[in-house]
Design a protein around this ligand. Structure first.
Ligand code: MN
Length: 259
């Protein structure tokens, strides 16, 4: 039997499970809120064209209003000034969009400290247990933050000192960008960087260094807890927006059930 025929039958008999890592898109899907004087993205919105009425008696359809960086979405390298000459979202290689994914779970530490920053030693400890990060694959950074993803306030967790959401330390972002063979970093938070990443050096190190290295980001993932530490196959489907800096994306993972 061919590999794809085997895969089809494995999906049919549920020995391979398809996990949806995507947040649903509604007008209340949380979006990033930058402080003054920066410009912000819009919320997702449906604008009805017709609904089986005089505007179109037999059909229902909408225009959609959305930012590129709304809900579960892909950050293309050209999203950041460090990657401005890099690929746009329509140019991201298909081999990046269908690729292995590993999961590093820091949710226990994040539960104690929402400002937790992932360190190189945390990733190296993960590698000591599970093997090297996948060549051409994704590191999915589990923080438990998807628990808050239905609520803008809890998701951004802002107080008078700023947004308190987990991220990656600057030296770890540099190491992931420059010293590891991954093609992207996926997170459960509104962006790949910590809520207070403006204070790091460089500011927004995941954006600056990972996109600057021609790699991609993936945000607002759900259900990462259903994935094994290694062995999942990620399928990322951003819209091919020509010249775009990112796109809302349906993100699926294929997971082999323990036999
Ligand atoms: Mn983004």
């Amino acid at each position: 039997m061919s590999v794809l025929a085997q895969l089809n039958s494995a999906i049919a008999n549920a020995s391979v499970r398809v996990v949806d890592l995507t947040a649903p898109l509604t007008d209340s899907t949380p979006v990033l809120r930058l402080p003054e004087p920066f410009a912000n993205t819009i919320n997702f919105q449906l604008e009805e064209i017709s609904r089986y009425d005089e505007r179109g008696p037999m059909w229902y359809w909408n225009n959609i209003h959305t930012g590129e960086h709304t809900g579960t979405h892909l950050d293309a390298p050209n999203h950041w000034v460090t990657g401005r000459d890099g690929l746009d979202v329509a140019q991201v290689p298909l081999r990046t969009l269908v690729a292995p994914a590993v999961v590093l779970d820091a949710s226990e530490r994040v539960a104690k400290d929402p400002d937790f920053l992932l360190r190189i030693e945390d990733v190296q400890a993960w590698e000591a247990e599970h093997g090297a990060l996948p060549d051409g694959g994704w590191l999915l950074y589990r923080t438990g933050w998807d628990e808050h993803s239905g609520d803008q306030e809890r998701f951004l967790n802002v107080d008078e000192t700023g947004s308190h959401t987990p991220g990656v330390a600057a030296d770890c972002a540099r190491w992931l960008a420059e010293q590891t063979p991954i093609v992207g970093l996926g997170v459960e938070t509104v962006g790949t960087d910590a809520g207070r990443a403006m204070e790091l050096d460089p500011a927004f190190p995941c954006h600056s260094l990972i996109l600057g290295a021609g790699k991609c980001g993936l945000t607002q993932l759900r259900n990462v807890a259903q994935l094994p530490a290694t062995g999942a196959l990620l399928v990322v489907c951003p819209l091919p927006i020509v010249g775009g800096s990112g796109s809302p994306a349906r993100v699926l993972a294929l997971v082999e059930e323990a036999g």
